[in-house]
Ligand binder design. Sequence first.
Ligand code: NA7
Length: 518
Amino acid sequence: MLYRLREAGFSTRVYEAGGDVGGVWYWNRYPGARCDSESIYYNFTFSDELLQEWTWSQRYPEQPEILRYLRFVADKFKLRQDIQFNTRVAAAHYDEKANRWKIQLDDGTIAYAKYFITAVGCLSAANIPKFEGIDSFKGEWYHTGHWPHEKVNFAGKRVGVIGTGSSGVQSIPVIAEEAEHLTVFQRTPQYSSPAKNHPYDPEFIRKTKENYNEIRQQMRNSRVGIPLMRNEQSALDAPHEERLQKYEEVWNEGGFWKLAATYGDLTTNEAANETLSDFLRSKIRKVVKDPKVAEKLMPDYFYFTKRPIIDTNYYETFNRDNVTLVDVKEAPIERITPTGLKTAEKEYELDAIVFATGFDAMTGPLFKIDIRGKNGLGLKEKWAEGARLKTYLGMSTAGFPNFFMITGPESPSVISNMPVSIEQHVEWISDCIHYLHKNNLETIEARTEAEEAWSKHCKEVAEATLYSKTDSWYTGANIEGKPQGFLIYLGGVGTYREICSEVAAKGYEGFTLEPSSN
Ligand code: NA7
């Protein structure tokens, strides 16, 4: 966003809470943290030069490599000179008279801007459940999303990991290798398929770089932001043996996006989904030696309806002598004690606790800033329970002129390959600001009826799928007291791009555009 606005001649300032660029890749430094979109697609594509200059080492790189990439981008485009690091935005209030956003920084400094754009990420507000006694714990504790920059040493320690989402599943096998003993506290078992990570072959990289133009087009017009042909056939129309063979082939290739594309109705038809969910459960049974442990690891919801996970040796880790699995749905965590953790059943002695307990997704990062639009209306109040969250295209919301959200709620965001969705928003927003200036317009604001229609559409699309049948961070269910509702647009990246482009082509249909009132 900074690069594009600066290139277009706008004076642009970025405020960043972290000490450097990287966002989630700056903060999520836990053992085993890596990307689960293939790196050749987990790129910015706005610069051909950048695509040619950077070379990924492997299919699913670890966090340090991704952070190196983002630093490379910042260096190449001299971004740091316009970024103020170690600065949190505390508040952003719209002053209607002046048509300016008053942006208050945590050091008390105030900045004024005509446009206010949030790029705060979807999974950046860490969720540490309010466990009683947490302050009494005498050992070390960490949240995966706020990992220290120095190496954490677990050797010779009894470690507890709470949570088995993507962060837990990635870190558990690595921590198990180092710790004296690892206890995994699992509330909901997850489906995870093998990453089958591998170093990239130079010839593969050469071909990829040669074809990036085509790949970029495919990514942008695809369903999830990576080039992938979806088989539109129903899983139920395929003979049992043929279906199993197909699942086996795709499972062996690794990753989860391709699994989602094996048949056309896996996310919409319960029976179709069950065929794949069953297949994945059978894999757990095969790997985990103790049938009782295997049973505890068995998910019972529809695959995909919680964020799918890929792993390296996750289920295998439960065959280790130094790893114990504790089901905290059966016996919930009652409290953290000075020396460990107590469930309804038993007390566990621990030297370190890792909270892999996820994030207050989508709205959490936005609500950490006191954002107020016209008449002092707070975003948090506007989207409070009952009123239901409403956005127009996931980028804007009525009552908040000249405010844009990159990968905001009700955009494809986290159910897509993020860089593709980020770039689409960046292009759309910068084109929009350019349009306003070219046409001597001062403000753009989503119309109430346009956001009503968009939110209704998002809800209908979600309700036509199985996603809305499972409690997850997609629905806000992981955070106590959070208003419930599906937070992501499921219509697909390509379709969404077309809708947004059409809105722009029709002179920003659904928005009110105002000339200067001064
Ligand atoms: P997730 O996917 O939200 O996982 C959080 C995990 O923590 C999940 O297993 C939760 O169980 C568990 N959790 C949360 N609160 C509790 C309490 N109170 N007690 C026990 N267990 C709890 O977050 P991740 O960081 O793993 O992944 C986030 C995304 O980052 C990931 O999908 C990628 O996009 C990158 P639950 O399932 O809610 O029962």
